[in-house]
Design a protein around this ligand. Sequence first.
Ligand SMILES: Cc1cc2nc3c(=O)[nH]c(=O)nc-3n(C[C@H](O)[C@H](O)[C@H](O)COP(=O)(O)O)c2cc1C
Length: 331
Amino acid sequence: MTVLDHDTFLTCMAEASLAPTVHNTQPARWGLSPDGTITLHCAPGAALPVADPSNHDLILSCGTALEGMVIALAGEGHAAQVTPLGTQITEPLARITLGGYAEPDPLASAVSARLTYRRPFAPADPGQFQALTTWAATDPDIHLITTRSRITEIAAQNDALSHRLLQNPAFRKELLSWTRLSKCHPDWSRNGLNADALGLPRWQAAFMGAFFKVFSPLDRLGLATGFTAEKDDTETAAAIAFLAVPKDLPALDAGRRYYRATLKLAASGFASWPMSVLVDDPDSEAAFLTEFRLTDHRLIAALRLGPIPKSPPERARLPITETAITPDLHP
Ligand SMILES: Cc1cc2nc3c(=O)[nH]c(=O)nc-3n(C[C@H](O)[C@H](O)[C@H](O)COP(=O)(O)O)c2cc1C
């Protein structure tokens, strides 16, 4: 069996770490056995007990990294065979064995371009819009909404459901624990959501911690929504894409599809900005599935899409050796 040398393994882990993960928790951990087998584990400390009590999004986020690893290995010329293992975050999730030669993945060049962008989008030019609709038409997982009036309705729905979520103090506390509002935060460049990634101006970031603490009294006065509303920015999206997968598809595989979909988008010139609340809320999800006539599916993402007007903020990522569980990869 092929055995990767440690430098190549580190390079592939670094590429896999660029995959999107819920709250930028980066839960994938990698082991490399002497026989060449790569094992994917989940870091339990990355769990979000309030926002994601079933760990669905956590395992999905390991799936995005898994797809990233498969793409990275192909870039090194290695064909990867993935065997699913456990489905709980305490068990190894998948094993990768290498065998034979692989051509580079056609989406590999989009890996470094893909990003989440949380500011107003730039207008899409007709060529980009055409690329987007062609991409959506050829991918059965994608349901694209481009009608302006419908985008406006969905923008309002997203704000209303997000507001309801924020009324839960435990949700606010958990979200804040993954938010880095100042560059002095020790994890600013490592993980979670920093103020730059959230698109927050300095003054707003400075007040956000306090705002979350006084959310309830402000909300009672009807003053909270103005601060959290995203409607105006959402309306700048060229389209909203819903990603639907068969109901019984394991979360790890759903993550692999999620990543490929966002890479296709990036290849067409589009950044994405998820609205998870639209797919996590059971009534909202059911209504969209009925609208798309896909009641035997489930939704894994609702993405605002658009080109970005300026260069993106730097990515926050864990040092790569921290995502390895193979002891001799640690310095
Ligand atoms: C399952 C999942 C759910 C997500 N939900 C949201 C969301 O509701 N809102 C949001 O702004 N970003 C969301 N994101 C995007 C992540 O926060 C983002 O991928 C992460 O911060 C890393 O940044 P990057 O995508 O720019 O590399 C989600 C990502 C995943 C994988």
